[in-house]
Ligand binder design. Sequence first.
Ligand code: IPE
Ligand code: IPE
Ligand code: MG
Length: 233
Amino acid sequence: MKEVLPYHVGIIMDGNGRWAVERGLSRSEGHQAGAENLESLLCHIYDRHIPYVSLYAFSTENFKRAEKEVSFLMNLFLDLFQKKLVKLKKLNVQILFSGRRENIPEKVWLAMKKLEEETKEGNRGVLNICLNYGGQYEIVDMTKKIVSLALSGKLKVSDITKEKVEENLYQNLPPLDFVIRTSGEKRISNFMLYQSAYAEYYFPKVYFPDFDCEEFDKAILEFQKRKRRFGGN
Ligand code: IPE
Ligand code: IPE
Ligand code: MG
């Protein structure tokens, strides 16, 4: 029998700070540990034939954090995009970014654009990285694009459909089937509000640095127990 797997998984990578504090380490060391975990976890997910992964790396609201933490994270992203995600390039995964440009340091932005360009032919799977991302802002930005099209006469109001809305989000991705938030917090904190309309949620207690391939497999077993109805019966 064919195994039931999510087609699109979202991961809210939470708990790096608490992971570190509980070990007497700095929050930065927690973020570093989270980043170290990422590559093998992603390879495992694509090996399991799950083609779409969305990662919540940094929310728009995370800019409220101490400047030291924000700048550490931005440098960590730079390192990830320039070096650590190389394995994914070899795996033939297409990397995309969702979020706003503002406040992202130029060098990080350039590395993001380069990675998108270098992986645009990837056909093994898609990795959507949400950075300076907020689900409400995504809806605001989509609305601006659609209203501009309508005002310039390129789109009739009667032609605004669900498909048209989806085409004007940051990325036109399939809906999320399964959203995992590590660290035990049970909230979505502005993650992919539109795309998660019928997603199943899972809130493991482990902090992100400890969310390894084995934990991911446990999550999938949980997903397989869910009965999805999409409003039907
Ligand atoms: C998630 O870990 C990483 C980001 C939000 C960038 P946190 O930094 O939120 O860790 P906790 O929630 O404080 O433990
Ligand atoms: C959500 O985590 C954002 C990311 C994991 C990138 P937060 O730690 O920022 O969320 P809250 O503040 O606990 O809701
Ligand atoms: Mg957190």
